[in-house]
Design a protein around this ligand. Structure first.
Ligand code: ADP
Ligand code: MG
Length: 227
């Protein structure tokens, strides 16, 4: 059985089918990358997968802990970095305070944020904020991590450091679903790629299959990212 199973997912907004009949499985340890034009339903699919949104049809099977990293960091501005990370593991998961704190400090170190535990989000760069978001998600011990365009709010120089962190997670076999417009990153990090357009999966395959596809819609889409 797959770790996450989404079957025949439909989502309607204002009478418009934003997700038409989308079925996706994610295997344990797999990195699934979702690409596609703006408005194609990528965020809606992630929101349905993570229970932030209720589908109008279909079935989702998942048993475990999910972690989410959004485009707009979503850190609490009035909490320092450490509290942003430790709050949910302590309050929601009722884990031991001291252990959670120690783990948070280790994770901060691992993601190049040593010494930032007492800083507030507005004292950090966008890349640092996004790495705090990643650490915050990891502190919940997720079975699967979802990323929705994690670098699209970042300058190009800061994008690299966040993508590097995500690649490290892939090397550690973290199960991940990543929505991104970073095509060379997608090609390198993905085990499988899904191309979504108008609420439908147009193609699904290995990075080579998708990038070498002769489907004109994909050629057109990928062509927009070439220099
Ligand atoms: P993507 O992430 O691929 O850019 P989205 O999933 O955000 O696309 O949006 C898909 C479509 O659904 C778009 O037409 C968008 O305007 C619409 N949509 C998304 N969220 C809502 C919402 N909460 N209410 C109404 N329409 C929405
Ligand atoms: Mg989106």
């Amino acid at each position: 059985m797959s770790l996450l199973e989404m079957k025949n997912i439909k989502k309607i907004y204002d009478g418009k089918e934003v997700l038409k009949d989308v079925s996706v499985n994610v295997e344990k340890g797999e990195v699934l990358v979702i690409i596609g034009p703006s408005g194609s339903g990528k965020s809606t699919l992630l929101r349905c997968a993570t229970n932030l949104e209720t589908p109008d049809g279909g079935e989702i099977k998942f048993d475990g802990q999910m972690g989410l990293v959004f485009q707009e960091f979503n850190l609490f501005p009035h909490h320092n970095v450490l509290k942003n990370i430790t709050n949910a593991p302590i309050k929601v998961q009722k884990r031991n305070k001291k252990e959670v704190k120690e783990e948070a400090l280790q994770l901060l170190k691992k993601y190049g944020l040593e010494g930032k535990e007492n800083s507030y989000p507005n004292e950090l760069s966008g890349g640092q904020k996004q790495r705090v978001s990643i650490v915050r998600a990891l502190a919940m011990h997720p079975d699967i991590l979802f990323f929705d365009e994690p670098t699209s709010a970042l300058d190009p120089e800061l994008t690299g450091e966040v993508l590097k962190s995500i690649r490290e997670l892939a090397n550690e076999h973290m199960t991940m679903v990543i929505v991104t417009h970073e095509m060379s990153f997608a090609r390198k990090v993905a085990d499988r790629i899904i191309f979504l357009e108008d609420g439908d999966i147009i193609i699904e395959g290995t990075p080579d299959e998708v990038f070498n596809s002769d489907n004109p819609r994909i050629i057109n889409f990928l062509g927009k990212f070439e220099d």
